[in-house]
Each structure stands twice: as C-alpha cells, then as structure tokens.
Design a protein around this ligand. Structure first.
Ligand code: NAD
Length: 365
C-alpha cells in the first residue's frame, strides 16, 4: 500500500489565542489534499492549554493525551495567554501540557526551517546587502539533553553560602542520533552541516564535537564545519546565506533557532517539528498565542500551514505533497500577498484571505 492509500489520523489541538484562527487555514489545506491528491487524512480536535483549564480544570485532559496516542501525528496551534499567565509556574498551560507532551512522547529533536526568499528580502531586519541574497537554514536542535535537564539543578542555601547549580550532561547516544539526522537532512539539501558548540570551554561540547566528527565519516559528501557559539551568532547575522543545516545542543539551539527565525522578518512564518525515534511528531508554529492580535483576523497562517507541511513530510513520509504545500506558500508570497505582520503597514490580507490564496496556489500546482 502506498502512502496515498494509507489512512492517517491527525490529532488537532488548536489551543489558545490565534491558534484556532490559524488552524482553520491548515484545515483548508488538508481538505484540498484529500480532494485533489487523494490522501486519506482524518482529523479529530482536542482541547489543550488555557481553554482546557477553563473547561476541565487542567491544561492536558486525559482525553487529549489518549487522542494524541491514537493518532499518527499531532498538529498544535498555540498555548497560553494573559488569562493564565499568573498561575503557579507548574500549572501554566505551556509547562503543564506542552512540556509534558514533549517528554511523554520522547521528542528528542526539533527541526525549524527559516527561509528568506531573495525577492522578499525587504521583510528581513538585516541590511539589504546581506538580505538580498536570501537564505534557507534548517536549524536542528537537541531537545532532551544539556543544561535544561541535567541534575542537580537547584538553589542551595547553606550556613555561609547561597548559590544555585545547573548541570549539563550529554551522552554520546544523544549526540549520535541527532547528528545522523542532521547529515541525512543535508544530503537532501546543500550538503553542508554546521555544528555549534562551546568546545573551547565545556567538556560536553568537546564530546559533542568529537562525536559529530565521528558520525560525519559516514557522510563523505557532506561538508562539516564547526563554530563556537559566540562566533556562530555573529557569522549567521553577517552571512546567513552561507549556511544550510545547523546542528545545535539544546540551549544553543534554543537561541540560534530564534535568531534564524527573526531574520526572515516574522515569527508568523516559522514552522517547527518535534519528533521521536518512531517519527511520531508534534508540529506547531514557532511563535506563541499572540494575544496582542487575537480576534483581529490578522494573524499570519503561514507558520501553521508550513507546520502541517512538515507533518506530512516527516510523519507521513509524503515528501512530494509537502514540497507542493511549500511551493504554494512561496508562490502566494511572490504574487505579492501579505498579512499584516509582513506588510509594513501597507495593504494586507486577513488570515482567512491569505489561507484562501495559498489554497488557490496549491490547486494551480
Ligand atoms: P508570541 O510569539 O505569541 O508573540 C510575539 C509577537 O509575534 C507578537 O507581536 C505577535 O503578535 C507576533 N506573532 C506571533 N505569531 C504570529 C502570527 N502567526 N502572525 C502574526 N504575528 C504573530 O510571544 P509572546 O507574546 O511572548 O507570548 C504570548 C503567549 O504565548 C504567552 O502566554 C506565552 O507563554 C505563549 N507561548 C506559547 C508558545 C507555544 O504555544 N508553543 C510559544 C511561545 C509562547
């Protein structure tokens, strides 16, 4: 049975803020895929985040978790907002649902593409001389290791001492599995991997670099380079066009992926994928629930639509369809259609109109 004949189930979690608004536009794309490309993609919606707290008293109801378990992939909108910001930190929607889900399904890798089409270089905050070349960076970040999860992590008050401690640990198996994916991604792109670390100072970074070097031997066609974190931040700003796949430990990737994202002009266009060893994944826009624009019908649906595209590629293995969705987004932008966030205050489309234009471009092929 080929992938088009197979039935796929997506657990759709629209969440809070602009989440439900942009999710409507992703639904339109699924409808076209089923109608025009004969896919058999089924969706079922579940509550998560603030809306679930309001309805059920908890941000991740059992029904939602079970729904995710019974699905082939999860498509998330966004979670949180001012209404729930003052809850104790372990009850805040992001912590009590999103971080839990990431851990529960053992998502160990986060992939975030940041693309600036050269014809749309004026969207970027970069100097025109740099931005006019455009760029296409895939930032690959470890999600389970490093300083965010190492133990001990605590504040200590003793007799004459008051300090805090966090611990960074990396196991070679964690580095190997993410490095392999980085090289495999590069084989389908421009054959370049940049690995970022701080191996001039940190033992974990020394092991990171040594292990990435070892894995690279299996990918002779891919050019591997290394940069220290501080230098990498500068080089990416100076010439993002030079980079292809960027491979990062957890903390470094947290920062670098945001840096690459904003260089495209709007967080509203950046999708992301968090995946486990079985290619089961959670796909979501890189941005949050954007309470400042909620209900104004001006949110950019592109990040949500491209998150769906990543889902179709990584969890459903339908690369061609994913490419067609990406192409439809690119075509729509090149036709000159813009949402508020990328319009510089000039003429712009509503969320719904932008979704409709992307659907039109997808149908045109
Ligand atoms: P945010 O990403 O929601 O908003 C930052 C800025 O980006 C805002 O000006 C917003 O209008 C804009 N923006 C974001 N997405 C956009 C889109 N699709 N189209 C147009 N503009 C867009 O970050 P924030 O304001 O710091 O956080 C708001 C809430 O979201 C908080 O409660 C935060 O905890 C939560 N949050 C959730 C997630 C998630 O669900 N994964 C991620 C980050 C933040």
């Amino acid at each position: 049975m080929n992938n088009l004949q197979k039935k796929y189930k997506i657990a759709v979690l629209p969440g809070d803020g602009i989440g439900p608004e942009v999710m409507q536009e992703a639904y339109k794309i699924i409808k076209i895929l089923n109608k025009k490309f004969n896919t058999k993609i089924y969706t079922k919606e579940y509550d998560i985040g603030g809306i679930a707290i309001d309805k059920y008293g908890k941000s991740l109801p059992k029904k939602t978790l079970v729904g995710c378990e019974k699905s082939d992939a999860i498509l998330l909108g966004s979670i949180g907002g001012p209404k729930w910001d003052n809850l104790p930190s372990n009850k805040r929607p992001e912590v009590s649902s999103l971080l839990f889900i990431r851990k529960y399904f053992k998502f160990f890798i986060n992939l975030r593409p940041s693309i600036l089409i050269n014809k749309l270089h004026n969207l970027s905050p970069l100097n025109k001389k740099i931005s006019k070349k455009g760029f296409n960076i895939l930032c690959i970040r470890d999600l389970t290791g490093g300083i965010y999860f190492g133990k001990p992590s605590k504040e200590v008050k003793e007799k004459n001492k008051h300090y805090a401690i966090d611990t960074t640990i990396y196991h070679t198996y964690e580095i190997k599995r993410i490095a392999k994916i980085a090289f495999e991604e590069a084989m389908n792109r421009k054959y370049k991997v940049l690995s970022i670390d701080k191996s001039n100072v940190l033992q974990t970074s020394k092991l990171w670099r040594k292990t990435v070097n070892k894995i690279s031997i299996n990918y002779p066609k891919v050019k591997l380079s290394h940069l220290y974190f501080d230098n990498a931040v500068m080089q990416i700003i100076k010439n993002p066009n030079k980079f292809d796949v960027i491979l990062c430990p957890n903390l470094i990737g947290d920062i670098i992926s945001d840096q690459c994202g904003i260089l495209t002009g709007s967080i509203g266009m950046i999708p992301s994928a968090s995946i486990n060893e079985k290619k089961f994944g959670l796909y979501e826009p890189a941005g949050g629930s954007a309470p400042d624009i909620q209900g104004k019908k001006i949110a950019n649906p592109i990040a949500q639509i491209l998150s769906l595209s990543m889902l179709i590629k990584y969890s459903f293995n339908m690369n061609n369809l994913s490419n067609l969705i990406n192409l439809a987004v690119k075509k729509t932008l090149l036709k000159g259609y813009k949402t508020y966030d990328i319009s510089n205050g000039k003429k712009f489309l509503s969320t719904k109109e932008m979704g409709n234009e992307i659907v039109k471009s997808l149908i045109e092929g």
